[in-house]
Design a protein around this ligand. Structure first.
Ligand SMILES: Cc1ncc(COP(=O)(O)O)c(C=O)c1O
Length: 419
């Protein structure tokens, strides 16, 4: 942290929100790219093969399946598409219940609904913000068909216990790995532990083509279904069954960019590992913000955003959203976490389309998730950890400054940012 001394005549330090100089003027860069992405896109333009079973899509699928260590990888248009076709491939039926975490993006829960199922929200573990296995167990009924596990921000859910539960109750497990591409649980890639793993390559993710997604499975019959669902019912191989599909294809442009991005992922993971260690060491000196301890069973970590627990008492009792606003004004790419799904504005609006007293989890109550989402959680986007020192020092300076001056945060500054 930079030592700050104030001498007579020095103007008092002010928050950027109050007209002071932001700690960091230059935004952290994301997405990262170089000539390999530029060249790859131009080659697709010149090839005339812009989509549909193209050579870049095939090459990407092969590279992703090798990287993740799983037989079948089906590139798709988005993470949302991957989740939608994953549940369709598992033959979700009207009224089937799928248990998933309360605190997550709406896409996994919506995938249950659009496939005719019933999303059952279970509470999260406060140490990881991922599904609490005890809450999952308590939510299992005779109608439960599966568990949709989401590995949230930087953690992998407790897959040992969740897979045991699924096994004991005959449930499928789908993993949503939108946040953790390349992370490993006991040396196995996240996304390869359940029946189907789903990934997103949308702009905020750690590998991106602006949009894009992926579904992976070790089961070639499920892969046939996923392919058919993704590509208008076409067959992945002659012996495959026909499946009632739509168009959720990735273009050759996206495939070419993602192939280039995949070559950079390991360097990014290594940089983040170093920088998070620096950040953790520095944060120990600043009260009020705590980094979660990673589960030792996560043998490789990747994240779209680093989750932190905030003690607002150390910030003059200021609400978390105001602290986030003040940090953002200092140049920190910081956000509130997802709201719990059943309170997310778009989700609540969905109750008009799906009316009923228990519609879309209207009766759900997950106090840990609500507390994290509304009071105790913040996340810092991954691009803040991709460079070298002193970038992480900027983060620490900004946190320290906002904490010291938190009594001066204007109470009307609220700008709700969520990731
Ligand atoms: C946990 C999670 N799952 C799924 C998705 C959906 O991915 P996409 O935006 O590619 O549709 C997101 C999007 O951010 C997400 O955060």
């Amino acid at each position: 942290m930079t030592a700050r001394t104030e001498s007579r005549g020095t103007p008092p330090e002010r928050l950027a929100l109050n007209g002071g100089t932001p700690v960091r003027a230059t935004p952290y860069r994301w997405p990262r790219y170089d000539d390999s992405e530029r060249r790859a896109v131009l080659e697709v333009v010149d090839s005339g093969h812009w989509s549909f079973d193209g050579p870049r899509e095939a090459e990407l699928a092969q590279a992703l399946s090798a990287y993740l260590g799983i037989e079948c990888a089906i590139p798709v248009a988005s993470g949302t598409a991957a989740l939608d076709i994953a549940l369709a491939a598992l033959d979700l039926r009207p009224g089937d219940e799928v248990i998933l975490p309360a605190l997550t993006w709406t896409a996994p829960a919506r995938a249950v609904v659009v496939n005719g199922g019933v999303p059952v929200f279970a509470d999260i573990d406060p140490r990881t913000w991922c599904l609490d296995p005890a809450a999952v167990e308590a939510a299992i009924t005779a109608r439960t068909r599966g568990i949709l596990v989401v590995h949230t921000y930087a953690h992998i859910a407790d897959m040992d216990r969740l897979l045991d539960l699924a096994h004991d109750h005959g449930l499928f497990v789908v993993e949503d790995c939108a946040h953790v591409f390349g992370a490993r649980w006991r040396h196995r890639a996240a996304g390869t532990l359940g029946r189907i793993g789903c990934f997103s390559f949308q702009q905020s993710k750690t590998m991106t083509a602006g949009e894009g997604g992926l579904a992976v499975t070790a089961d070639p019959h499920l892969a046939d279904r996923l392919y058919g669902l993704m590509n208008c019912g076409r067959k992945r191989r002659p012996e495959a069954d026909r499946w009632f599909g739509g168009n959720y294809r990735l273009t050759e442009f996206q495939a070419a960019i993602l192939r280039a991005q995949l070559r950079r992922v390991d360097d990014h993971i290594a940089a983040k590992t170093r920088q998070v260690a620096n950040f953790r060491a520095g944060l120990g000196e600043i009260p009020g913000l705590t980094l979660h301890d990673p589960d030792p069973r996560i043998t490789r970590r990747n994240f779209i955003a680093l989750p932190l627990t905030i003690d607002t008492r150390e910030f003059a009792g200021t609400c978390t959203d105001l602290i986030v606003t003040a940090l953002a004004a200092e140049g920190v790419p910081v956000f509130l976490p997802h709201p719990v799904v059943y309170r997310a504005p778009a989700w609540v609006a969905g109750r008009r389309q799906y009316p009923g007293p228990r519609s879309l989890g209207a009766d759900a109550r997950c106090p840990v998730g609500e507390h994290v989402a509304e009071k105790a959680g913040i996340v810092i986007a991954h691009e803040a950890f991709l460079d070298r020192w002193p970038d992480t020092a900027d983060l620490l300076d900004a946190v320290d400054k906002v904490r010291r001056l938190s009594g001066t945060i204007p109470r009307d500054a609220r700008d709700t940012r969520r990731i």
